[in-house]
Design a protein around this ligand. Structure first.
Ligand SMILES: [Fe+2]
Ligand SMILES: [Fe+2]
Length: 194
């Protein structure tokens, strides 16, 4: 059993050279400088230009996904198409929500959301594939979701602790893409069983 002295001098679980919080007066002073920067303070640790660029790529990915799901929604036909078409429509709406949230975060970082249709497909990580049959459409959507899962996972790891707000946003979106991928796999299994 340790005595009180050795317990006190024991190293903490997460040793840190710098104090957890900055001096409050210094913190307040810093916050007053450059207030036109809004949410971005001097303590913002990430490379802002890179984060904005990466978020714009995620934004393009989401827009391409909205367009692809919309196309698939309108093109879905056949006996089993009703339920699948509804799934496409639901995914399209959720991808649009992702796009909006990413665009909002870009403006918080004093960047500009790139919604220029020129180059949209090349900025996007996932592809716009029309797909012939219902099954082909679902397969293409699943591929696109898997691309998004890979690239968003990378973005989350890149952001690390340097921009926790952007990281949390991308984590939430990543979780949704995983749900989408799972939905699509289930649809493929259901359709293939018929
Ligand atoms: Fe999405
Ligand atoms: Fe998705």
């Amino acid at each position: 059993m340790k005595d009180a002295r050795s317990a006190r001098s024991a190293p903490k679980a997460t040793p840190s050279k710098t104090p957890f919080l900055s001096d409050v007066r210094e913190l307040r002073k810093r916050a007053r400088r450059h207030i036109q920067q809004g949410a971005v303070t001097e303590n913002y640790r990430a490379d802002r230009d890179t984060v904005v660029r990466v978020l714009n790529e995620a934004l393009a990915t989401e827009i391409v996904c909205v367009l692809r799901y919309k196309r698939h929604y309108f093109m879905a036909s056949g006996i089993q198409a009703q339920a699948v078409a509804q799934e496409f429509l639901e995914h399209a709406a959720e991808e649009q929500d992702h796009a909006d949230r990413i665009a909002e975060r870009i403006t918080q970082l004093n960047g500009e959301p790139n919604l220029n249709p020129d180059g949209l497909a090349s900025r996007s990580h996932s592809e716009y594939v029309e797909g012939g049959s219902l099954l082909e459409m679902i397969r293409e959507d699943l591929v696109a979701e898997r691309v998004a899962i890979e690239s968003y996972g990378e973005i989350v790891r890149y952001l690390g602790n340097d921009d926790p707000t952007s990281r949390r946003l991308m984590e939430e979106i990543l979780a949704k893409e995983e749900e989408h991928a799972d939905d699509l796999r289930t649809l493929i299994e259901t359709l293939s069983a018929h």
